[in-house]
Design a protein around this ligand. Structure first.
Ligand code: ATP
Ligand code: MG
Length: 403
């Protein structure tokens, strides 16, 4: 049903200030869930309606996702994940649990300066509140404060296949190795750390420890979600069916590309700060970065991610920031077809500024406000997340004979 999808896409792209507070009618909200679930989702969990259990009762949904404190969130994080988290929060049924984590244990899979990491952990918490997460409704916490994440990681590692993990792309991309790299190649072996290699097992533990039914992420995480389902079904098969197979929720802005290398995704860990727009950037910085974005010298504006990745990424960002500008990126490009590259860049920068300004201002007031506010939010989140994680860990320990 393409028409329905188009409408839903437009709803997904609205900024928090305009529509995030408005609740959709339940039927519409349910349809949205169906339309954005990844095709990888197992049929048993691919619905937003409460899931029937074997006992005939209904299990409420649990939504979980996380972001690494490896720098301020960029537009890829915002459009691909954070804005979707807020939308899900604002539309969730009262019985739905929402958990959003600052994945600090993942951040240390690459070397971090302790004082910078300490700052980034706080700033990421502030960013989550600034984009519109409500600590009274969503459980917001630092991953490392819940030991059960690490304990389940170890338990799952004991049955994790090296072969499967070696095919995952994350460690290769973080080490800038080719797609066909093998962990035992001499070039990889010397530099590859165990933590980076087993990162997907920790990510599976993060999701499974809360028995999440739905995980909203960008497209780069679909492989990891697939792995989390494999791990859960392997455990359930080997022991007792305790773990929930999570469904992936992909935002319409699945993959925002780097401004400097538009064939690569925008990333916090890219060494070039000009490759990304941060949600904390000023209007002047946004203009400067967009102005220096790599495009091409073809005359006129068109949307074609294969032959014109740089221009198409700019169109995509503008479209996703403000869905009221057109029906689709192709139609938006058509409306702008006669603009010069310079004029297009100015329009894109102004659209981003218009829709990110509120987030930036909220972020500044939190970061420069009372530090205790953030500490209290984390403390409360940790208390609730611990209850959720400990309940699963108890069942897992019983199932494997560690009780
Ligand atoms: P790092 O470079 O440190 O891995 P990152 O920018 O990839 O940082 P993560 O913390 O790994 O960000 O991911 C947080 C969320 O943002 C995930 O759901 C991920 O799928 C999503 N995400 C990251 N980059 C993009 C992007 N360019 N487009 C869309 N979604 C993205
Ligand atoms: Mg990442």
């Amino acid at each position: 049903m393409p028409r329905l999808h188009l409408n839903l896409h437009r709803v997904c792209c609205r900024p928090p200030s305009s529509s995030f507070s408005a609740r959709l009618p339940p039927v519409f909200a349910r349809a949205l869930f169906h339309s954005t679930l990844s095709s990888h989702s197992p049929p048993s969990t691919s619905t937003s309606s409460p899931t029937p259990t074997s006992a005939g009762t209904v299990a409420p949904q649990v939504i979980f996702s996380a972001i690494q404190p490896t720098g301020a969130p960029h537009l890829g994080n915002y459009l691909g994940a954070l804005r979707q988290w807020v939308k899900l929060q604002n539309e969730a049924l009262p019985e739905t649990t929402l958990l959003y984590s600052v994945a600090d244990l993942h951040a240390i899979t690459l070397r971090q300066d302790p004082s910078i990491l300490r700052e980034w952990r706080k700033q990421m918490l502030a960013s989550l509140i600034a984009v519109g997460l409500d600590p009274k409704r969503s459980i917001i916490f630092h991953q490392s404060a819940i030991p059960a994440h690490s304990e389940l990681h170890w338990i799952l590692s004991c049955n994790a296949s090296m072969g499967y993990l070696s095919r995952m792309t994350q460690w290769k991309s973080k080490m800038a190795l080719p797609e066909n790299a093998n962990p035992l190649d001499t070039s990889s072996k010397a530099k590859l750390k165990l933590g980076l290699f087993s990162y997907p097992v920790l990510q599976a533990a993060d999701i499974l420890i809360h028995r999440a039914t739905h995980v909203p992420v960008g497209a780069d995480q679909t492989q990891h979600l697939e792995y989390a389902r494999e791990v859960a079904s392997g455990f359930n098969h080997l022991h007792t069916p305790i773990l929930t197979l999570p469904s992936t929720i992909l935002s319409p802005a699945k993959r925002i590309m780097s401004l400097t290398q538009p064939l690569k995704k925008m990333s916090k860990s890219d060494p070039d700060p000009k490759s990304r727009i941060l949600i904390t950037d000023t209007h002047a910085t946004i203009k400067r970065k967009i102005k220096s974005a790599l495009t091409d010298s073809i005359e006129g504006i068109t949307y074609d991610p294969v032959t014109r990745p740089g221009v198409s990424n700019l169109i995509e960002m503008m479209y996703c920031m403000d869905e009221s500008v057109a029906e689709s990126p192709v139609l938006l490009a058509n409306e702008l077809k006669d603009l010069s590259m310079r004029a297009l860049k100015e329009k894109v920068a102004d659209t981003i500024e218009l829709h990110i300004r509120d987030v930036r201002e909220r972020y500044e007031s939190i970061v420069f406000g009372d530090a205790k506010v953030l500490m209290d939010i984390n403390e409360e989140g940790v208390r609730k997340a611990k209850q959720s994680a400990d309940a699963t860990l108890k069942l897992v320990r019983e199932a494997i004979g560690l009780d």
